[in-house]
Structure formats: C-alpha cells, structure tokens
Design a protein around this ligand. Structure first.
Ligand code: AQP
Length: 333
C-alpha cells in the first residue's frame, strides 16, 4: 500500500517559539512514527524573505531551526528533512500555480492583510504570493495530509482550491490535501495579549517564549503573563483567554487533558499556576537543549543531513512537476 504523504514546514524567521513547537513540531514527532506515513518537513526559507531579513542573522536562524528540529526528534531516517530553497522545484511549481491563482483571492488573505499593515514599507509581491508558494510546497509531493496550526488553515484552503482548479482543467494532476489540526494547542496565544497569536516576530517584550530561552527567562515571562482580575481557574478561551492559554500550555507540556489539568489546578492562585506552567515548559524543553548545542557545533554534519534531505525530496517532487508541465503542454526533454 502506498504511504500517506504528510507535508509541513516552518519558517526560520526568528527563533522557534513555544507556539511553533506546540502547534507544529511536537506533532511532527509522533506523526513520523507511523510506518504508513512518509513525512516531509521543510524549513520554509523561501517564505521567510517575504519580510526583510538581515543576511547574517537569517543564515544563523536557518541553521538553528534545522538543528532544533533534529534535536527535538525529527529523524532524518524516518522523515525527509530539508531546506525549501534547496529544492528548486518549489519555486518552479509556484510560478506555474501563479498562473492559476487570482489576484483577488490573494489580496483577501488575512495574513497578507496583517503583514502588509505591519510592514507597510515593504509590501512586496512575495508577501502576497506566500499562499501560492505554500500551495506549491504541498502539491509538489502529492501530499495527503498537512499538519498545521489554526493560523494556516486559510492558506491550506487556497491550496485545495488551486489543486481542484488545476484538476478541473487538466484531469487528475494533484492530490487535494486535508489539513490536520491539533485538538489542544492549535493556537498558542501571546503571553502579553492572549487574544493574539504567539508569533516569532512579535517585538513585545515577554510576549513570546522561545524554545531556546534560559529557564530563568521562561519563568520570568510566565510570571508576567497577562491574565484577568478574577481568581477562578477555569478553561474558557472566550472570557478568560489568558488563563485558558496557560492551561492549554500546561496540558500539552504534561501530556494531560485540559479537564485533568483544570481539576489539578483548582484552588491555585494565579501566581502559582504561572510557576507551574513555567516549570512544565522548562522540563519539556530541557532534553532538547544539550542535543541542540552539540548539533550546532557540527555544521558539516547538519549540511550533510540537509543534502540528503534535498536529494530525497527532489526525487519525489520531479514526477509531479513533470506531470503538470506535460499536461499544460510544455515540451519536456
Ligand atoms: N502560536 C501558535 N500556536 C500554534 N501553532 C502555531 N504556529 C505558528 N504559531 C503558532 C504553527 O507553526 C507552524 C510553522 O509556522 P511558520 O513559522 O511557518 O509561520 P507562522 O504561522 O507565520 O509563525 P509565526 O511564529 O507567527 O512567524 P512569523 O512571526 O514570522 O509570522 C505552522 O503550522 C503554524 O500554524
């Protein structure tokens, strides 16, 4: 039986956050353990330059993300782990798909509108085209399932629309992928504004926990987390977003259900809950740190793994790209 193709990616646009870990990478680790799955996990470094990057820092961040993914347990022998920019087929398919995507639908994307407002001095074509490149990433491998956080669902929907549109013109070219969203932790919120997503690029001090923060820093950030003036610990994202966010983080970090965590925390003061959550995060992150440091000290090895991933990904991608090009009418040689 053919394996299920699973595709997901992460942008090295800063330092990996707790939100990225809980919403994405933590699941990748378990999905790759199913022998019926062929997983591809990419560093979406082409997407990253839709926002201007300092070259030296960008390279550092990319290597850091790659090492972190490995340290967190993404296994190069179980999954294909690679840099998006190393597989040129992504860019080529993105161009082709551009010609099957409408300007109107791209200009309506929430992320495009948000990022255009945040980076009004640099509303580049790439920012608008981000979802088409993401569609190319996914469709290039005949992907069946895309694990994502809630924030990326709109882009996944567009990828599905583009796939259906192409299939309606040329026949059965692309698989139409399904999304896979966590039941718990699909949207970890900012610690300073629990109505907004925790994002790598958020400049607000103490809003974002990075998975590379020292334990003392993590504790300080949680102690300063914005909650409410009430004293009840209940899970109610709408009316108590701060407390609910803390409970979600605690549940994921301890592997317990929200109900169990709420029951265990009943009667705690908010200050004690914050310390409990911080401790759980610190414990969850601790094992990665030593592995990460060792990997970062061996760039030659990281690059070797990246080359291996690139070759495997490109080999899978080529037939899909060729099939589409043949259908369009390109002369293939
Ligand atoms: N706060 C979050 N909670 C749950 N999941 C999240 N993801 C991101 N933030 C959260 C998920 O992580 C995966 C990789 O995301 P990305 O790096 O490709 O892009 P992003 O969603 O734009 O992440 P950031 O942190 O907000 O980056 P910046 O600040 O650079 O835009 C995706 O599956 C995403 O859903």
């Amino acid at each position: 039986m053919a394996k299920k193709i699973i595709y997901s990616a992460i942008q090295p646009s800063g330092i990996m956050t707790l939100g990225n870990f809980i919403g994405a990478v933590n699941n990748w680790r378990s999905i790759q353990e199913n022998p019926d799955n062929q997983c591809l996990f990419a560093l979406a470094d082409l997407h990253t330059i839709t926002v201007r990057q300092d070259p030296e820092q960008f390279r550092k961040n990319a290597m850091s993300f790659f090492a972190l993914l490995m340290a967190m347990g993404i296994d190069k022998d179980k999954s294909i782990l690679y840099f998006q920019s190393h597989v040129h087929e992504h860019s080529e398919l993105a161009w082709l798909l551009n010609c099957y995507t409408y300007v109107g639908e791209m200009s309506r994307m929430t992320q495009f509108k948000d990022k255009s407002a945040k980076h009004s001095d640099n509303i580049n074509m790439g920012l608008m085209d981000y979802p088409v490149l993401m569609a190319a990433d996914i469709l290039l491998y005949g992907t069946n399932v895309v694990p994502v956080g809630v924030d990326q669902l709109q882009h996944l929907e567009i990828a599905r629309d583009i796939a259906v549109r192409v299939n309606n013109i040329y026949g059965d070219i692309f698989n139409v992928p399904e999304g896979m969203v966590n039941k718990v932790g699909a949207k970890i919120m900012s610690l300073q504004d629990p109505t907004a997503k925790m994002s790598k690029s958020d400049p607000t001090p103490n809003a974002v926990v990075s998975v590379l923060d020292d334990p003392a820093v993590i504790l300080k950030k949680f102690k300063k987390a914005v909650t409410d003036s009430d004293t009840n610990i209940i899970y109610d994202p709408e009316n108590k977003p701060g407390i609910s966010n803390l409970l979600t983080i605690l549940a994921v970090c301890t592997g317990k259900s929200i109900e169990d965590v709420v029951a265990e925390c009943d009667g705690l003061r908010y200050g004690d809950l914050k310390i409990r959550v911080a401790d759980a995060v610190i414990e969850m992150i601790r094992p990665f740190r030593a592995k990460y440091d060792a990997l970062m000290a061996d760039e030659a090895y990281l690059l070797e793994v990246a080359r291996e991933g690139r070759d495997k990904a490109a080999e899978l991608a080529r037939p899909y790209l060729e099939k589409f090009k043949r259908a369009i009418g390109y002369v293939l040689i």
